[in-house]
Design a protein around this ligand. Structure first.
Ligand SMILES: [Cu+2]
Length: 351
């Protein structure tokens, strides 16, 4: 039996594990944070087992310390997150909620997604994620927006309907998928990650986006937004926050308040996919959380990026990219970070 400490931090339950204790990197459900005040490694509970423990511990919190014996137990239940709602040119759109059956939901602008992350730069669903069970079709709705207007996305899960039906079968669309994949937590599970870059890409659908496949070797994607390491100064030290600190990343703000991206001002009108992506760098391999929404863009622009800005998914990333190779090693890393992928297309901002 081992001694653990529990604490509530950023609305998540954490377990404090002595730093010399066993480090199990094979279990994704565990993530590590280096506490600034103690030489202790935090392991975040993402298992249902721990949710039960956490509830039990609510009673015991005053003691701030107790014995836990089932830490090694692994459930099959994971939960992560993604974009649940969009505000596009001032109009609100529900996303396609992954913890509800596809046929139980109204049409959405969002392609069906899966909160369990993608962990491979070569994953065939890296472009637009995948459903669980897999989506049987793409949405037909496109959100209207003028070039130069903005889109805000929200990672807070909505309340579940009382009598919702959760999926009962799991999809394993690829050999490297975890088995079993995520089982939805619904509204009980807010976005849990902080450390890593945020990027947004677009791809022209050249017709209805419901008939457009943006995956594979075709270089159709270009980046319109990126935010990585902020290099903000820690007032208590006068030094930049290191990469392991929440304050060093924009996720710290946007995934709770909404993340706003502006459509390039002079982009050529038409139907486009917009792909928001957060990469989680705390573990190796890194975790990719892409999500795609369908837009119908109007405006007077005529611009599209040149070949140098275009990438494919998969294909845009390599584990040799410095911004991905660093995953799992943020602690003690230097004060810089290189966001993976192509340069942001600035063309829409000229004029
Ligand atoms: Cu996660």
């Amino acid at each position: 039996m081992l001694q653990y400490h529990w604490s509530k931090y950023r609305d998540s339950w954490f377990i404090l594990w002595p730093v010399h204790a066993r480090e199990d990197k094979t279990r994704h459900s565990v993530r590590h944070l280096h506490h600034p005040f103690t030489s202790t490694v935090y392991f975040v509970c993402e298992h249902a087992c721990y949710t039960v423990i956490a509830l039990l511990l609510l009673v015991e919190m005053q003691t701030f310390s107790l014995l836990v014996v089932c830490f090694a137990a692994t459930g099959g239940v994971y939960a992560h997150g993604g974009i649940f709602n969009y505000t596009i040119a001032g109009a609100e759109y529900n996303g396609h909620y992954p913890f509800l059956l596809e046929e139980d939901q109204a049409e959405s602008i969002q392609r069906r997604w899966w909160p369990d992350p993608i962990r491979d730069v070569g994953h065939p669903c890296l472009a637009c994620n995948r459903g669980n069970p897999l989506a049987s079709r793409h949405p037909s709705i496109h959100a209207p927006i003028r070039a130069g207007e903005s889109i805000t996305v929200f990672y807070q899960p909505p309340e579940l309907p009382n009598n919702h039906h959760a999926p009962t079968e799991w999809s394993v669309p690829w050999k490297n998928e975890p088995n079993p994949p995520m089982k939805p937590f619904g509204a009980s599970y807010p976005w849990p990650h902080v450390l890593g870059p945020m990027t947004a890409y677009m791809a022209p659908c050249n017709g209805p986006c419901s008939e457009f496949d943006p995956t594979g070797e075709d270089k159709v994607w270009f980046k319109i937004y990126e935010s990585g390491y902020l290099r903000h100064t820690d007032p208590s030290t006068g030094e930049p926050y290191p990469l392991e600190r929440h304050e060093a990343w924009n996720q710290n703000n946007y995934t709770t308040q909404g993340w706003t991206v502006t459509i390039p001002r002079y982009i050529k009108p038409g139907n486009y996919l917009i792909r928001h992506e957060i990469i989680m760098l705390e573990l190796l391999p890194p975790q990719f959380y892409p999500s795609c929404g369908q837009l119908s863009i109007t405006g007077e622009g005529e611009e599209l990026p040149g070949q140098a800005f275009l990438v494919s998914f998969p294909g845009a990333y390599s584990m040799k990219d410095p911004g991905l190779a660093i995953s799992g090693s943020l602690y003690g890393a230097k004060y810089n970070y290189t966001i993976p992928g192509p340069k942001v297309w600035e063309g829409g901002q000229k004029g």
